[in-house]
Design a binder for this molecule. Sequence first.
Ligand SMILES: *Cc1c(COP(=O)(O)O)cnc(C)c1O
Length: 539
Amino acid sequence: MDRHEVGIILKYTDSLSKRPRPLSISTVNSSSTEEFMNAFDVESFNTAVDIAAGKLSELLENDEIQGVVLERPNTLLAAARALMVGTKDSFDAKRFAEILDLYIRTGIKVNSRGYMARQFSSVVPVSAVFDMVSAMAPQPASYYEAGQLANVADKLIAEEFGRLLGWELGRFDMVTTSGASLANMTAVLVARNRKLGDSWTDGVRATGRGRGRPAIAFGAESHYSVSRLAGILGLGVDQVVRMPLNDRRRIDIDGAVAALDEAKARGLDVFCIVGAAGTTSVGAIDPLEELAAEARKRDAWFHVDAAHNGALLVSDRLRPRLKGLELADSFCLDAHKTLFVPALCTLLFYRDPEAASAAFPEKHSYVFDPVEDEMSRFQSGIKNFECTKRPAILNLWLVWALFGRRFFEQKLDYLVDLTRQAHDHLAAQPDFEVLHQPESNILCFVHRPAGLPDSQLGTLQLALRDRIRAEGRYFVSKVELDGSTVLRIVMMNHQIGLFDIDALINEIRRHAREIRRDWVGESTRNDNKPHIWTVEKTC
Ligand SMILES: *Cc1c(COP(=O)(O)O)cnc(C)c1O
Protein backbone atom coordinates (compact mmCIF):
# COMPACT_ATOMS: atom_id res chain seq x y z
CA MET A 1 0.00 0.00 0.00
CA ASP A 2 1.56 3.32 -0.96
CA ARG A 3 1.27 6.51 1.02
CA HIS A 4 -1.33 8.00 -1.23
CA GLU A 5 -3.68 5.14 -0.47
CA VAL A 6 -3.09 5.65 3.24
CA GLY A 7 -4.28 9.22 2.86
CA ILE A 8 -7.48 8.15 1.17
CA ILE A 9 -8.16 5.46 3.75
CA LEU A 10 -7.75 7.99 6.56
CA LYS A 11 -10.43 10.14 5.04
CA TYR A 12 -12.72 7.17 4.58
CA THR A 13 -12.28 6.04 8.18
CA ASP A 14 -13.04 9.54 9.42
CA SER A 15 -16.29 9.65 7.55
CA LEU A 16 -17.24 6.22 8.85
CA SER A 17 -16.60 7.22 12.42
CA LYS A 18 -18.67 10.37 11.81
CA ARG A 19 -15.87 12.63 12.95
CA PRO A 20 -15.65 15.06 10.05
CA ARG A 21 -12.02 15.77 9.35
CA PRO A 22 -11.29 17.16 5.92
CA LEU A 23 -8.54 15.55 3.94
CA SER A 24 -5.90 18.12 4.70
CA ILE A 25 -2.63 18.37 2.82
CA SER A 26 -0.87 17.22 5.99
CA THR A 27 -2.58 13.82 6.00
CA VAL A 28 -0.86 12.93 2.73
CA ASN A 29 2.84 13.21 2.26
CA SER A 30 4.41 15.65 -0.13
CA SER A 31 4.95 13.26 -3.02
CA SER A 32 1.28 12.28 -3.14
CA THR A 33 0.31 15.95 -2.84
CA GLU A 34 2.23 16.53 -6.02
CA GLU A 35 0.53 13.53 -7.51
CA PHE A 36 -2.95 14.89 -7.12
CA MET A 37 -1.89 18.39 -8.02
CA ASN A 38 -0.69 16.88 -11.28
CA ALA A 39 -4.29 16.42 -12.31
CA PHE A 40 -4.66 20.21 -12.26
CA ASP A 41 -1.40 20.94 -13.99
CA VAL A 42 -1.61 23.45 -16.86
CA GLU A 43 0.86 21.55 -18.98
CA SER A 44 -1.20 18.35 -18.70
CA PHE A 45 -4.28 20.35 -19.59
CA ASN A 46 -2.66 21.73 -22.72
CA THR A 47 -1.47 18.28 -23.73
CA ALA A 48 -4.97 16.87 -23.23
CA VAL A 49 -6.55 19.66 -25.26
CA ASP A 50 -4.07 19.08 -28.10
CA ILE A 51 -4.74 15.34 -28.14
CA ALA A 52 -8.51 15.82 -28.04
CA ALA A 53 -8.47 18.55 -30.69
CA GLY A 54 -6.38 16.35 -32.98
CA LYS A 55 -8.76 13.42 -32.65
CA LEU A 56 -11.86 15.55 -33.11
CA SER A 57 -10.37 17.22 -36.20
CA GLU A 58 -9.77 13.77 -37.66
CA LEU A 59 -13.36 12.89 -36.91
CA LEU A 60 -14.61 16.01 -38.69
CA GLU A 61 -12.34 15.49 -41.69
CA ASN A 62 -13.10 11.80 -42.08
CA ASP A 63 -15.53 11.37 -44.96
CA GLU A 64 -15.83 7.60 -44.74
CA ILE A 65 -19.34 6.21 -44.60
CA GLN A 66 -19.65 5.07 -41.01
CA GLY A 67 -22.53 4.06 -38.82
CA VAL A 68 -21.86 2.66 -35.39
CA VAL A 69 -19.44 -0.01 -34.20
CA LEU A 70 -21.32 -2.24 -31.78
CA GLU A 71 -19.08 -4.03 -29.30
CA ARG A 72 -20.42 -6.84 -27.20
CA PRO A 73 -20.97 -5.36 -23.72
CA ASN A 74 -18.62 -7.78 -21.95
CA THR A 75 -15.85 -7.17 -24.47
CA LEU A 76 -16.17 -3.45 -23.97
CA LEU A 77 -16.32 -3.88 -20.21
CA ALA A 78 -13.01 -5.75 -20.31
CA ALA A 79 -11.40 -3.19 -22.62
CA ALA A 80 -12.54 -0.32 -20.42
CA ARG A 81 -11.48 -2.10 -17.25
CA ALA A 82 -8.02 -2.63 -18.67
CA LEU A 83 -7.67 1.14 -18.98
CA MET A 84 -8.37 1.70 -15.28
CA VAL A 85 -4.80 1.66 -14.05
CA GLY A 86 -4.42 5.00 -12.32
CA THR A 87 -1.00 4.43 -10.84
CA LYS A 88 1.20 6.78 -12.79
CA ASP A 89 2.68 9.75 -10.97
CA SER A 90 2.06 12.13 -13.82
CA PHE A 91 -0.62 12.69 -16.40
CA ASP A 92 -0.58 9.67 -18.69
CA ALA A 93 -1.13 11.19 -22.12
CA LYS A 94 -0.98 7.82 -23.82
CA ARG A 95 -3.71 6.36 -21.70
CA PHE A 96 -5.78 9.50 -22.13
CA ALA A 97 -5.46 9.08 -25.90
CA GLU A 98 -6.46 5.41 -25.63
CA ILE A 99 -9.56 6.32 -23.66
CA LEU A 100 -10.53 8.93 -26.25
CA ASP A 101 -9.98 6.38 -29.01
CA LEU A 102 -12.22 3.87 -27.29
CA TYR A 103 -14.87 6.52 -26.75
CA ILE A 104 -14.81 7.76 -30.32
CA ARG A 105 -14.72 4.26 -31.77
CA THR A 106 -17.81 3.15 -29.85
CA GLY A 107 -19.73 6.38 -30.47
CA ILE A 108 -22.22 7.19 -33.20
CA LYS A 109 -20.49 8.88 -36.13
CA VAL A 110 -22.91 11.78 -36.26
CA ASN A 111 -20.79 13.64 -38.82
CA SER A 112 -20.66 10.75 -41.24
CA ARG A 113 -22.97 10.47 -44.22
CA GLY A 114 -23.81 6.99 -42.96
CA TYR A 115 -25.56 8.40 -39.90
CA MET A 116 -29.29 8.58 -40.61
CA ALA A 117 -30.68 6.86 -37.57
CA ARG A 118 -31.61 9.22 -34.83
CA GLN A 119 -32.40 12.68 -33.59
CA PHE A 120 -28.99 13.29 -32.02
CA SER A 121 -27.36 16.31 -33.63
CA SER A 122 -24.11 16.53 -35.40
CA VAL A 123 -23.24 19.52 -33.25
CA VAL A 124 -21.89 22.83 -34.50
CA PRO A 125 -18.20 22.31 -33.65
CA VAL A 126 -17.69 25.71 -32.05
CA SER A 127 -20.55 25.03 -29.63
CA ALA A 128 -18.82 21.81 -28.57
CA VAL A 129 -15.68 23.83 -27.87
CA PHE A 130 -17.74 26.22 -25.81
CA ASP A 131 -19.20 23.26 -23.94
CA MET A 132 -15.70 22.45 -22.75
CA VAL A 133 -15.15 26.04 -21.70
CA SER A 134 -18.39 26.09 -19.73
CA ALA A 135 -17.44 22.82 -18.05
CA MET A 136 -14.05 24.22 -17.00
CA ALA A 137 -15.34 27.64 -15.99
CA PRO A 138 -18.85 26.79 -14.87
CA GLN A 139 -21.81 29.10 -14.57
CA PRO A 140 -24.36 26.85 -12.85
CA ALA A 141 -27.44 28.26 -14.49
CA SER A 142 -30.09 28.16 -11.80
CA TYR A 143 -29.02 31.22 -9.79
CA TYR A 144 -28.06 34.63 -11.04
CA GLU A 145 -25.01 35.05 -8.81
CA ALA A 146 -23.60 31.75 -10.08
CA GLY A 147 -24.71 31.85 -13.69
CA GLN A 148 -24.95 35.47 -14.73
CA LEU A 149 -24.43 35.14 -18.47
CA ALA A 150 -26.52 31.95 -18.59
CA ASN A 151 -29.53 33.72 -17.10
CA VAL A 152 -29.08 36.69 -19.41
CA ALA A 153 -28.78 34.37 -22.43
CA ASP A 154 -32.09 32.74 -21.46
CA LYS A 155 -33.74 36.13 -21.88
CA LEU A 156 -32.04 36.87 -25.20
CA ILE A 157 -32.97 33.54 -26.76
CA ALA A 158 -36.52 33.91 -25.41
CA GLU A 159 -36.75 37.32 -27.14
CA GLU A 160 -35.66 35.82 -30.46
CA PHE A 161 -38.30 33.10 -30.30
CA GLY A 162 -40.93 35.51 -28.97
CA ARG A 163 -40.53 37.54 -32.15
CA LEU A 164 -40.91 34.43 -34.30
CA LEU A 165 -44.06 33.41 -32.40
CA GLY A 166 -45.57 36.88 -32.44
CA TRP A 167 -45.53 36.92 -28.65
CA GLU A 168 -45.18 40.32 -27.05
CA LEU A 169 -41.95 40.99 -25.21
CA GLY A 170 -42.35 40.73 -21.45
CA ARG A 171 -45.74 39.01 -21.82
CA PHE A 172 -44.43 35.43 -21.85
CA ASP A 173 -41.70 33.39 -20.20
CA MET A 174 -39.11 30.78 -21.13
CA VAL A 175 -36.93 28.51 -19.02
CA THR A 176 -34.34 25.99 -20.13
CA THR A 177 -34.44 22.42 -18.89
CA SER A 178 -32.23 19.38 -19.24
CA GLY A 179 -34.26 17.63 -21.91
CA ALA A 180 -37.78 17.66 -23.27
CA SER A 181 -38.76 14.81 -20.94
CA LEU A 182 -38.22 17.15 -18.02
CA ALA A 183 -39.84 20.05 -19.88
CA ASN A 184 -42.98 18.01 -20.57
CA MET A 185 -43.16 17.03 -16.92
CA THR A 186 -42.66 20.60 -15.72
CA ALA A 187 -45.30 22.01 -18.06
CA VAL A 188 -47.92 19.43 -17.11
CA LEU A 189 -47.07 20.04 -13.46
CA VAL A 190 -47.85 23.72 -14.04
CA ALA A 191 -51.12 22.66 -15.68
CA ARG A 192 -51.94 20.49 -12.68
CA ASN A 193 -51.10 23.16 -10.13
CA ARG A 194 -53.02 25.81 -12.03
CA LYS A 195 -56.09 23.83 -12.97
CA LEU A 196 -56.40 21.70 -9.82
CA GLY A 197 -55.95 24.59 -7.40
CA ASP A 198 -54.58 22.98 -4.25
CA SER A 199 -52.99 19.82 -5.60
CA TRP A 200 -49.47 20.95 -4.61
CA THR A 201 -50.44 21.21 -0.94
CA ASP A 202 -53.31 18.73 -0.63
CA GLY A 203 -52.37 16.20 -3.28
CA VAL A 204 -54.41 15.20 -6.29
CA ARG A 205 -57.74 14.32 -4.82
CA ALA A 206 -60.32 12.27 -6.60
CA THR A 207 -62.60 15.29 -6.73
CA GLY A 208 -60.12 17.54 -8.59
CA ARG A 209 -62.12 20.65 -9.40
CA GLY A 210 -65.39 18.91 -8.78
CA ARG A 211 -65.75 17.59 -12.29
CA GLY A 212 -64.49 14.06 -11.80
CA ARG A 213 -61.14 12.36 -11.57
CA PRO A 214 -58.29 14.52 -12.90
CA ALA A 215 -56.94 13.19 -16.21
CA ILE A 216 -54.72 14.20 -19.12
CA ALA A 217 -55.15 13.56 -22.85
CA PHE A 218 -52.46 12.96 -25.45
CA GLY A 219 -52.02 11.47 -28.91
CA ALA A 220 -51.75 7.75 -29.51
CA GLU A 221 -48.12 8.18 -30.63
CA SER A 222 -46.94 10.48 -27.85
CA HIS A 223 -43.39 10.21 -26.61
CA TYR A 224 -43.04 8.04 -23.54
CA SER A 225 -42.05 11.06 -21.44
CA VAL A 226 -45.67 12.19 -21.93
CA SER A 227 -47.38 8.84 -21.45
CA ARG A 228 -45.55 8.38 -18.13
CA LEU A 229 -46.78 11.67 -16.74
CA ALA A 230 -50.05 10.45 -15.26
CA GLY A 231 -48.04 8.06 -13.13
CA ILE A 232 -45.39 10.63 -12.21
CA LEU A 233 -47.83 13.39 -11.30
CA GLY A 234 -50.05 11.24 -9.11
CA LEU A 235 -53.03 11.05 -11.48
CA GLY A 236 -52.69 7.34 -12.13
CA VAL A 237 -51.98 5.88 -15.54
CA ASP A 238 -55.59 4.77 -15.92
CA GLN A 239 -56.56 8.45 -15.90
CA VAL A 240 -55.37 9.12 -19.44
CA VAL A 241 -57.20 9.68 -22.68
CA ARG A 242 -55.41 8.57 -25.83
CA MET A 243 -56.55 10.63 -28.76
CA PRO A 244 -56.70 8.63 -32.03
CA LEU A 245 -54.66 9.50 -35.13
CA ASN A 246 -55.71 10.07 -38.72
CA ASP A 247 -54.06 8.64 -41.83
CA ARG A 248 -51.29 11.25 -41.60
CA ARG A 249 -50.57 10.03 -38.06
CA ARG A 250 -51.71 13.35 -36.60
CA ILE A 251 -54.30 13.55 -33.86
CA ASP A 252 -57.67 13.25 -35.59
CA ILE A 253 -59.68 16.17 -34.27
CA ASP A 254 -63.10 14.50 -34.58
CA GLY A 255 -61.75 11.38 -32.95
CA ALA A 256 -60.19 13.53 -30.21
CA VAL A 257 -63.49 15.30 -29.50
CA ALA A 258 -65.26 11.96 -29.29
CA ALA A 259 -62.59 10.54 -26.96
CA LEU A 260 -62.74 13.61 -24.72
CA ASP A 261 -66.55 13.51 -24.56
CA GLU A 262 -66.47 9.84 -23.79
CA ALA A 263 -63.90 10.42 -21.03
CA LYS A 264 -66.09 13.11 -19.52
CA ALA A 265 -69.04 10.73 -19.53
CA ARG A 266 -66.82 8.19 -17.73
CA GLY A 267 -66.22 10.72 -14.96
CA LEU A 268 -62.77 11.99 -16.02
CA ASP A 269 -61.86 15.67 -15.79
CA VAL A 270 -59.29 16.28 -18.52
CA PHE A 271 -57.41 19.33 -17.26
CA CYS A 272 -54.54 19.12 -19.76
CA ILE A 273 -54.37 18.25 -23.45
CA VAL A 274 -50.94 17.46 -24.90
CA GLY A 275 -50.34 17.72 -28.63
CA ALA A 276 -47.14 17.06 -30.56
CA ALA A 277 -45.26 19.06 -33.14
CA GLY A 278 -43.05 16.30 -34.46
CA THR A 279 -43.91 12.84 -33.18
CA THR A 280 -40.84 10.72 -32.53
CA SER A 281 -41.90 8.04 -34.99
CA VAL A 282 -42.70 10.04 -38.13
CA GLY A 283 -42.38 13.73 -37.16
CA ALA A 284 -46.12 14.41 -37.53
CA ILE A 285 -47.52 17.77 -36.44
CA ASP A 286 -50.91 17.62 -34.74
CA PRO A 287 -53.68 20.11 -35.67
CA LEU A 288 -52.53 22.67 -33.13
CA GLU A 289 -55.17 25.35 -33.76
CA GLU A 290 -58.04 22.91 -33.39
CA LEU A 291 -56.56 21.32 -30.28
CA ALA A 292 -55.99 24.76 -28.74
CA ALA A 293 -59.64 25.66 -29.38
CA GLU A 294 -60.82 22.37 -27.91
CA ALA A 295 -58.67 22.90 -24.81
CA ARG A 296 -60.02 26.41 -24.35
CA LYS A 297 -63.60 25.19 -24.66
CA ARG A 298 -62.97 22.59 -21.96
CA ASP A 299 -60.97 24.90 -19.68
CA ALA A 300 -57.97 22.61 -20.09
CA TRP A 301 -54.31 23.56 -20.37
CA PHE A 302 -52.81 23.05 -23.84
CA HIS A 303 -49.20 21.87 -23.93
CA VAL A 304 -47.32 21.02 -27.12
CA ASP A 305 -44.41 18.61 -27.13
CA ALA A 306 -42.51 20.32 -29.95
CA ALA A 307 -39.22 18.71 -28.93
CA HIS A 308 -38.40 17.77 -32.49
CA ASN A 309 -40.19 20.20 -34.79
CA GLY A 310 -40.38 23.31 -32.60
CA ALA A 311 -37.12 24.41 -34.19
CA LEU A 312 -38.95 24.93 -37.50
CA LEU A 313 -39.88 28.31 -35.98
CA VAL A 314 -36.48 29.62 -37.08
CA SER A 315 -37.32 29.13 -40.76
CA ASP A 316 -39.50 31.64 -42.61
CA ARG A 317 -40.51 28.94 -45.05
CA LEU A 318 -41.23 26.18 -42.51
CA ARG A 319 -42.71 28.24 -39.65
CA PRO A 320 -46.27 28.12 -41.10
CA ARG A 321 -46.26 24.35 -40.47
CA LEU A 322 -46.42 25.18 -36.76
CA LYS A 323 -49.51 27.36 -37.06
CA GLY A 324 -51.33 27.27 -33.76
CA LEU A 325 -48.22 26.75 -31.66
CA GLU A 326 -48.55 30.38 -30.57
CA LEU A 327 -51.92 29.46 -29.00
CA ALA A 328 -50.39 26.85 -26.69
CA ASP A 329 -50.24 27.56 -22.97
CA SER A 330 -46.82 25.94 -23.01
CA PHE A 331 -44.51 24.13 -25.41
CA CYS A 332 -40.95 22.86 -25.46
CA LEU A 333 -38.31 22.40 -28.12
CA ASP A 334 -35.01 20.54 -28.05
CA ALA A 335 -32.12 22.68 -29.23
CA HIS A 336 -29.87 19.62 -28.86
CA LYS A 337 -31.81 17.97 -31.64
CA THR A 338 -32.81 20.31 -34.42
CA LEU A 339 -30.76 23.37 -33.45
CA PHE A 340 -27.52 21.34 -33.48
CA VAL A 341 -25.97 22.19 -30.11
CA PRO A 342 -24.63 19.77 -27.49
CA ALA A 343 -27.15 17.95 -25.31
CA LEU A 344 -29.05 18.71 -23.23
CA CYS A 345 -30.60 22.06 -24.10
CA THR A 346 -34.37 22.34 -24.07
CA LEU A 347 -36.42 25.53 -24.19
CA LEU A 348 -39.76 25.53 -22.37
CA PHE A 349 -42.10 28.40 -23.21
CA TYR A 350 -45.13 29.67 -21.31
CA ARG A 351 -47.61 32.02 -22.92
CA ASP A 352 -48.42 33.55 -19.51
CA PRO A 353 -45.39 35.10 -17.80
CA GLU A 354 -46.69 34.06 -14.36
CA ALA A 355 -47.16 30.40 -15.28
CA ALA A 356 -43.59 29.21 -14.83
CA SER A 357 -43.63 30.00 -11.11
CA ALA A 358 -46.60 27.68 -10.62
CA ALA A 359 -44.51 24.57 -11.24
CA PHE A 360 -42.78 24.58 -7.87
CA PRO A 361 -44.74 26.90 -5.59
CA GLU A 362 -42.61 26.04 -2.54
CA LYS A 363 -40.50 29.16 -2.00
CA HIS A 364 -38.93 28.44 1.39
CA SER A 365 -35.40 27.40 0.81
CA TYR A 366 -32.00 28.47 2.01
CA VAL A 367 -30.99 29.40 -1.51
CA PHE A 368 -33.87 31.66 -2.45
CA ASP A 369 -33.89 35.18 -1.03
CA PRO A 370 -37.15 36.15 0.64
CA VAL A 371 -37.49 39.34 -1.41
CA GLU A 372 -36.96 39.48 -5.14
CA ASP A 373 -34.51 42.01 -6.44
CA GLU A 374 -33.10 43.09 -9.78
CA MET A 375 -30.79 40.08 -9.88
CA SER A 376 -32.94 37.31 -8.49
CA ARG A 377 -35.73 38.32 -10.87
CA PHE A 378 -33.47 37.13 -13.66
CA GLN A 379 -32.81 33.69 -12.26
CA SER A 380 -34.64 30.59 -13.32
CA GLY A 381 -33.91 28.20 -10.42
CA ILE A 382 -37.24 28.76 -8.74
CA LYS A 383 -39.08 27.69 -11.92
CA ASN A 384 -37.03 24.57 -12.52
CA PHE A 385 -36.72 21.04 -11.23
CA GLU A 386 -32.93 21.06 -11.53
CA CYS A 387 -30.70 22.60 -8.90
CA THR A 388 -27.20 22.43 -10.35
CA LYS A 389 -27.56 22.85 -14.09
CA ARG A 390 -25.11 23.13 -16.97
CA PRO A 391 -25.50 26.49 -18.73
CA ALA A 392 -26.52 24.69 -21.92
CA ILE A 393 -28.36 27.74 -23.22
CA LEU A 394 -24.98 29.38 -23.78
CA ASN A 395 -24.12 26.85 -26.49
CA LEU A 396 -27.21 27.95 -28.38
CA TRP A 397 -26.72 31.64 -27.65
CA LEU A 398 -23.10 31.41 -28.81
CA VAL A 399 -24.03 29.92 -32.19
CA TRP A 400 -26.83 32.45 -32.54
CA ALA A 401 -24.44 35.29 -31.67
CA LEU A 402 -21.80 34.08 -34.13
CA PHE A 403 -23.90 33.00 -37.09
CA GLY A 404 -27.40 34.40 -36.54
CA ARG A 405 -30.82 32.86 -37.06
CA ARG A 406 -30.18 32.36 -40.80
CA PHE A 407 -27.64 29.65 -40.01
CA PHE A 408 -30.24 27.45 -38.31
CA GLU A 409 -32.76 28.30 -40.98
CA GLN A 410 -30.49 27.26 -43.84
CA LYS A 411 -29.51 23.98 -42.24
CA LEU A 412 -33.11 23.05 -41.39
CA ASP A 413 -34.43 24.10 -44.80
CA TYR A 414 -31.82 21.88 -46.42
CA LEU A 415 -32.58 18.85 -44.23
CA VAL A 416 -36.32 19.16 -44.68
CA ASP A 417 -35.92 19.51 -48.47
CA LEU A 418 -33.59 16.53 -48.55
CA THR A 419 -36.13 14.43 -46.65
CA ARG A 420 -38.86 15.35 -49.14
CA GLN A 421 -36.54 14.42 -52.01
CA ALA A 422 -35.68 11.15 -50.29
CA HIS A 423 -39.42 10.52 -49.99
CA ASP A 424 -39.96 11.09 -53.72
CA HIS A 425 -36.96 9.00 -54.66
CA LEU A 426 -37.99 6.06 -52.47
CA ALA A 427 -41.58 6.31 -53.66
CA ALA A 428 -40.34 5.94 -57.24
CA GLN A 429 -38.70 2.58 -56.49
CA PRO A 430 -40.90 -0.44 -57.20
CA ASP A 431 -39.60 -2.33 -54.16
CA PHE A 432 -39.93 0.46 -51.57
CA GLU A 433 -43.00 1.97 -49.93
CA VAL A 434 -42.93 5.29 -48.12
CA LEU A 435 -45.42 5.45 -45.30
CA HIS A 436 -46.13 9.16 -44.95
CA GLN A 437 -45.47 12.60 -46.39
CA PRO A 438 -42.58 13.90 -44.28
CA GLU A 439 -43.41 17.02 -42.27
CA SER A 440 -39.81 17.63 -41.27
CA ASN A 441 -36.62 15.55 -41.45
CA ILE A 442 -37.97 12.14 -40.43
CA LEU A 443 -39.06 9.52 -42.97
CA CYS A 444 -40.44 6.01 -42.47
CA PHE A 445 -40.55 3.39 -45.20
CA VAL A 446 -40.36 -0.33 -45.87
CA HIS A 447 -38.45 -2.43 -48.38
CA ARG A 448 -40.84 -4.87 -50.04
CA PRO A 449 -39.04 -6.99 -52.62
CA ALA A 450 -41.29 -8.78 -55.10
CA GLY A 451 -42.70 -12.03 -53.75
CA LEU A 452 -42.25 -11.22 -50.07
CA PRO A 453 -45.27 -12.47 -48.14
CA ASP A 454 -46.98 -9.78 -46.04
CA SER A 455 -46.41 -11.87 -42.95
CA GLN A 456 -42.64 -11.47 -43.42
CA LEU A 457 -42.59 -7.73 -44.08
CA GLY A 458 -41.94 -6.62 -40.49
CA THR A 459 -39.41 -9.38 -39.84
CA LEU A 460 -37.45 -8.34 -42.90
CA GLN A 461 -37.31 -4.66 -41.82
CA LEU A 462 -36.02 -5.65 -38.39
CA ALA A 463 -33.43 -7.97 -39.92
CA LEU A 464 -32.39 -5.17 -42.29
CA ARG A 465 -31.91 -2.70 -39.44
CA ASP A 466 -29.82 -5.28 -37.55
CA ARG A 467 -27.62 -6.23 -40.52
CA ILE A 468 -27.07 -2.67 -41.66
CA ARG A 469 -26.13 -1.64 -38.14
CA ALA A 470 -23.87 -4.65 -37.64
CA GLU A 471 -21.96 -3.89 -40.82
CA GLY A 472 -21.18 -0.46 -39.38
CA ARG A 473 -21.42 1.62 -42.55
CA TYR A 474 -24.94 2.95 -42.43
CA PHE A 475 -27.01 3.50 -39.34
CA VAL A 476 -30.80 3.62 -39.70
CA SER A 477 -33.47 3.07 -37.08
CA LYS A 478 -36.76 1.21 -36.91
CA VAL A 479 -40.07 2.05 -35.31
CA GLU A 480 -43.35 0.23 -34.83
CA LEU A 481 -46.25 1.68 -36.80
CA ASP A 482 -49.65 0.05 -36.28
CA GLY A 483 -47.94 -2.95 -34.78
CA SER A 484 -45.45 -3.62 -37.58
CA THR A 485 -41.78 -2.78 -37.84
CA VAL A 486 -40.73 -0.17 -40.39
CA LEU A 487 -37.43 1.51 -41.22
CA ARG A 488 -36.84 5.14 -40.28
CA ILE A 489 -34.27 7.71 -41.33
CA VAL A 490 -33.68 11.08 -39.67
CA MET A 491 -31.74 13.65 -41.65
CA MET A 492 -29.57 15.54 -39.16
CA ASN A 493 -26.40 15.86 -41.20
CA HIS A 494 -26.32 18.48 -43.97
CA GLN A 495 -23.47 16.65 -45.73
CA ILE A 496 -25.87 13.92 -46.78
CA GLY A 497 -27.23 14.26 -50.32
CA LEU A 498 -29.58 12.33 -52.53
CA PHE A 499 -26.58 10.33 -53.71
CA ASP A 500 -26.30 8.87 -50.20
CA ILE A 501 -29.98 7.95 -50.14
CA ASP A 502 -29.42 6.11 -53.39
CA ALA A 503 -26.43 4.29 -51.91
CA LEU A 504 -28.53 3.35 -48.88
CA ILE A 505 -31.23 1.92 -51.15
CA ASN A 506 -28.64 -0.32 -52.79
CA GLU A 507 -27.30 -1.42 -49.42
CA ILE A 508 -30.80 -2.31 -48.31
CA ARG A 509 -31.38 -4.37 -51.46
CA ARG A 510 -28.08 -6.18 -51.04
CA HIS A 511 -28.77 -6.99 -47.38
CA ALA A 512 -32.29 -8.15 -48.21
CA ARG A 513 -30.90 -10.60 -50.78
CA GLU A 514 -28.44 -11.95 -48.21
CA ILE A 515 -31.09 -12.24 -45.52
CA ARG A 516 -33.29 -14.07 -47.99
CA ARG A 517 -30.53 -16.55 -48.81
CA ASP A 518 -29.87 -17.16 -45.13
CA TRP A 519 -33.55 -17.73 -44.43
CA VAL A 520 -33.81 -20.24 -47.24
CA GLY A 521 -30.65 -21.96 -45.99
CA GLU A 522 -32.05 -22.18 -42.47
CA SER A 523 -35.36 -23.61 -43.60
CA THR A 524 -33.74 -26.30 -45.76
CA ARG A 525 -31.39 -27.26 -42.92
CA ASN A 526 -34.36 -27.76 -40.64
CA ASP A 527 -37.49 -28.94 -42.38
CA ASN A 528 -39.55 -28.63 -39.21
CA LYS A 529 -39.20 -24.87 -39.37
CA PRO A 530 -41.89 -22.98 -41.25
CA HIS A 531 -40.85 -21.95 -44.73
CA ILE A 532 -40.55 -18.23 -44.30
CA TRP A 533 -39.31 -17.09 -47.66
CA THR A 534 -39.76 -18.20 -51.24
CA VAL A 535 -36.79 -17.33 -53.35
CA GLU A 536 -38.43 -18.25 -56.68
CA LYS A 537 -40.67 -15.22 -56.88
CA THR A 538 -37.99 -12.67 -56.05
CA CYS A 539 -34.98 -11.23 -57.88
C1 LIG B 1 -36.68 13.55 -28.10
C2 LIG B 1 -38.10 13.75 -27.73
C3 LIG B 1 -38.50 13.81 -26.39
C4 LIG B 1 -37.53 13.58 -25.26
O1 LIG B 1 -36.65 14.62 -25.19
P1 LIG B 1 -35.26 14.52 -24.38
O2 LIG B 1 -34.67 15.85 -24.68
O3 LIG B 1 -34.52 13.38 -24.96
O4 LIG B 1 -35.60 14.34 -22.94
C5 LIG B 1 -39.82 14.07 -26.11
N1 LIG B 1 -40.72 14.21 -27.10
C6 LIG B 1 -40.38 14.15 -28.40
C7 LIG B 1 -41.43 14.34 -29.44
C8 LIG B 1 -39.06 13.92 -28.76
O5 LIG B 1 -38.72 13.85 -30.06
